[in-house]
Design a protein around this ligand. Structure first.
Ligand code: NAD
Length: 480
């Protein structure tokens, strides 16, 4: 095998190993081989990264740049990323097994995250209110300071860019800690920030595990904001840790998305999106449509087509262009998903198609399950894999009640050709995002986040502005 690559921390514009030289192995889940090593950050490395970003914020040029100039600098980084898109996508595919075409698409969305927030901070920088009392008052959105960002492994570059882009656009400096399962593309982002000429410390990358690397970062009282995407359990720890130094925290957590297909839906469209919503990225998607509710009049026809479409997905090597579906991201995650699948029969569930791959790959085939009681773990917990549990319903009221019967509330989908029903049901679903007759379409101006165990706060557009800045009101008297 060729020599292993190394992914260090990127601190102050330089790639460095950990102070104590500790490393961890980076796996390719498809080949089940170690292909790289990454620096395992300890408390000293976290402190070093925070000190660098603190310096860059307190003394460096970044927060003091004009808005047009800062936008231009971020567009330069986006240009460099776009130039190196194939390399970035290759790292994500090798690191977590997603089909290369998907990884390439994710890079495009990551580039867009930077471009969008660069422009947004330039164009949405305040409001002015003339007052009847002979004053005028205006708002100013100044940067908050040092941002600690902690991201998951399912969209390694895209999730990191969704945090780093608004943070730096609004004039903050940022330390991003990617998941220990996927350090590669985010480390490259740190390298590219240096290449694009961003001042040292504006984007620092800190590699390592949740504890002690991530926990040391979040607990550091020199950090002014914490933004986290990951599991609900970890989110609760982070919230407590950030609370100890009163750092505002934004939490984008897990989901158990409801997908409702009404009897009057366009069935071709609904089948297409039902497959995407649960099998894309091998189901490792917080927004997955993992609970599917189908109207009883179309149930048999829909299910026949849904199962056939799931079975038609080409499974294989993620670098093969014909592959649509591949392995799970790690052995640990495979074991978790497989244990849910193994438990389905015990609860009386029926597997219509799919199951754990018999060939020893870290792969669970597109799996569709019926007849599970609403209390079964596979029905109510987030599996974060390609497992769809299906129920039929008789009425609109029943569909809404089934969809809302969850601790989560990140997103929901509904399929209907009835315009009034679409509006009526969308408004009653308890979720941060509702897609009607589609899935995964985003406009970065809109709020993104979830209710209940799916998170706290919203990001996107002005919602990101509010989180990543210290808004200020300035009131001026006008002499008459
Ligand atoms: P995870 O919570 O295990 O880890 C996420 C990140 O947190 C990793 O970088 C990890 O190292 C770090 N971490 C873990 N413990 C920590 C601690 N004590 N202190 C600081 N950092 C710590 O989640 P995961 O398995 O990487 O990702 C899957 C989860 O993420 C799923 O629940 C999924 O739904 C969720 N997710 C949510 C969204 C969203 O937008 N709502 C998007 C993607 C993924």
């Amino acid at each position: 095998m060729s020599e292993r690559q190394f992914f260090g921390h990127v601190i102050d514009g330089e790639e460095v190993p950990s102070v104590d030289g500790a490393t961890f192995e980076v796996w390719n889940p498809w080949t089940q081989e170690v292909w790289a090593e990454a620096a395992e950050g300890g408390p000293e490395d976290a402190a070093r990264a925070v000190a660098s970003s603190r310096r860059a914020f307190d003394e460096g040029p970044w927060p003091r740049l004009g808005r047009v100039e800062r936008a231009a600098a971020i567009h330069r980084l986006a240009d460099v990323m776009a130039d190196r898109a194939d390399e970035l996508a290759t790292l994500d595919t090798r690191n977590m097994g997603k089909p290369f075409a998907q990884a390439r698409h994710d890079v495009g969305r990551s580039v867009w995250n930077f471009r969008f927030f660069a422009d947004h901070q330039r164009d949405h920088c305040g409001e002015v209110y003339p007052m009847d009392s002979g004053h005028h008052t205006y708002s100013e959105y100044g940067p908050a300071g040092v941002v600690a960002a902690v991201s998951p492994w399912n969209f390694p570059l895209m999730m990191a860019s969704w945090k780093v882009a608004p943070a730096i656009a609004w004039g903050n400096t940022c330390i991003i800690k990617p998941s220990e399962d996927t350090p590669a593309s985010v480390t490259m982002l740190g390298r590219l920030a240096t290449e694009a000429g961003l001042p040292p410390g504006v984007i620092n990358v800190l590699n390592g595990h949740g504890t002690p690397t991530g926990s040391s970062l979040v607990a550091d009282d020199r950090v002014d904001r914490v933004t986290f995407t990951g599991s609900s359990a970890t989110g609760k720890h982070l919230m407590a840790s950030a609370a100890a130094h009163l750092a505002p925290i934004s939490l984008e957590l897990g989901g158990k998305g409801a997908n409702i297909v009404f009897d009057d839906a366009d069935i071709d469209n609904a089948v297409h999106w039902a497959v995407e919503a649960i099998f894309c990225n091998s189901g490792q998607i917080c927004l997955a449509g993992s609970r599917l509710f189908v109207g009883s009049r179309i149930y048999d026809e829909f299910m026949e087509r849904f199962v056939a479409a799931a079975e038609a997905l080409t499974i294989g090597d993620p670098f093969d262009p014909s592959t649509k579906f591949s392995s799970l991201a790690s052995k640990k995650h495979f074991d978790k998903v497989a244990s849910y699948v193994d438990g389905i029969g015990l609860y009386g569930g029926k597997v219509l198609t799919g199951g754990v791959d018999p060939d020893g790959r870290w792969l669970v085939r597109p799996t569709i399950v019926t007849d599970l009681p609403l209390t079964a773990p596979a029905y109510c917990e987030e599996i974060f894999g390609p497992v769809c549990v299906v129920n039929r319903f008789e009425s609109e009221e029943e569909a809404i009640s089934l969809a809302n019967d969850t601790r989560y509330g990140l997103n929901a989908m509904l399929f209907t050709e009835n315009l009034s029903r679409a509006h009526r049901v969308a408004s009653r679903l308890r979720a941060g995002t509702v897609w009607v007759n589609c899935f995964f379409i985003r406009d970065l101006r809109t709020p993104f986040g979830g209710v209940g165990d799916s998170g706290v706060g919203r990001e996107g557009g002005n919602f990101s502005r509010e989180f990543f800045t210290e808004p200020k009101a300035i009131v001026m008297q006008i002499d008459r």
